[in-house]
Structures are given as C-alpha cells and as structure tokens.
Design a protein around this ligand. Structure first.
Ligand SMILES: [Fe+2]
Length: 210
C-alpha cells in the first residue's frame, strides 16, 4: 500500500454481499451519496473495526469519513459518451486520504473495471497539479507497465490512495461500486461534498427497496 498506493484487502462474506446487492441490483444508473444513512449493511461495513484499523494505520490518524457514495454506471445512459471518470485522473481530499472501493457486481478485464497506476501518488509533476487528467498514451509513456486493472467478483474490496491516477474503463456494461473516502483530518476541502438534492433523490429511490 505504501509504495503502490493500492491494495486488495479481501472479499465480503456471501451473506453480506447478498444483503447489499438485494437492493443495489435494482438501482437505476446514477450515484447516491451517503448511502450508509439508508442501508444498514453498508453502515455496518464502513464501521467494521478491522477495516478501520487498516485505514487508521495507513493514514496514521483517526479516519474521518468524507464520502460514502454508491456509483451505478453502464447501460444505455452512457453507452456512447465517456466522461472524466473514463480518463486517468487523480482526486484530492486534503491532508492524507484513501478510498475504500467495493465491487457490487462481478468485474473483469473486459467490463468497466477500475484501473489504477501503481505508485503514481508519489510521482506527480507540477503540471499534474494544474491538469489532473492525462491520456492513456501519456500514462503509458510516463508509467509503463504500472497500469493495473482491478478485477474481482461482487464483494471484492480494495484500498487506493486518493491521489493515485485512476479511471473507469469505458464500457456499457452495468457496474455497481461503493466508494468510501476517508481522510486523516477535516479541512476546507471536506466541505460541500454532500448535495442535498442528491440525498433527497436517494431517499425517494431507496424508499422503494428498503
Ligand atoms: Fe476519481
């Protein structure tokens, strides 16, 4: 994790996966913020003592959860349009930060797999700070074989330094992923991440399934 900025950390138990996917399998293509507020299984997952131990060790601080977003992509909504998430970019949450990602559909090399450039969190140029997106060609030129495809069955968990270059491979295939952002501290960059309209929309969608 220190050198790569990425690590698989395990797979959820089958009963936990089915408890979560019973709901997430029905969700429309969209993103839903702070889903731990409406799904007790996700709430339990992000408060798991073993997970928090790992995050605490990596951040060397008591983790502060800034985001807990369920992201559903694929299907006809974005069949023919790639977006920012389909190009290599990095995110910034202030201070030290790490993302927990959980696949909630099976993801393989040919589907909308997450890709990360190993070690790239430590190899930024000044230009990257102003233009935090790079092309595949630039990624190959700068980082060679460090591009890793992240694959796994529903329930696969991995941690990734928020500042590592990453992207979602473009694919019309449906993919559901939980994205939980932990930071070592709150800062000005922690504010304004939760959109009240998204929360309202989330509540109306989840009301059909909870
Ligand atoms: Fe991102």
């Amino acid at each position: 994790m220190e050198s790569d900025g990425f690590s698989y950390i395990g797979v959820l138990r089958p009963d936990t996966v089915s408890n979560i996917t019973r709901i997430t399998d029905n969700l429309p293509i969209d993103h839903f913020q702070h889903v731990h507020e409406v799904d007790q299984n996700i709430r339990k997952l992000i408060n798991d003592p073993k997970l928090l131990y790992l995050v605490r060790r990596y951040l060397n601080a008591e983790p502060v959860m800034l985001e807990c977003t369920l992201v559903v992509t694929g299907g006809s909504c974005n069949n023919d349009a790639s977006g920012l998430q389909n190009s290599f970019h990095f995110d910034y949450a202030g201070w030290q930060s790490v993302n927990l990602f959980v696949y909630l559909t099976d993801v393989d090399e040919s589907s909308a797999c997450h890709k990360v450039i190993l070690g790239s969190h430590r190899r930024k140029t000044l230009k990257d700070l102003f233009y935090p997106t790079i092309s595949d060609a630039d990624a190959r030129k700068r980082f060679g074989d460090k591009v890793q495809s992240v694959t796994g069955a529903a329930g696969t968990l991995f941690l990734e330094n928020t500042e590592a270059f990453h992207k979602r491979q473009f694919s019309p295939e449906r993919r559901v992923m939980l994205n939980v952002l932990f930071a070592s501290h709150r800062s000005i960059l922690s504010n304004g991440r939760l959109d009240p309209r998204n929360v309202q929309h989330r509540n109306s969608i989840y009301a059909r399934y909870i």
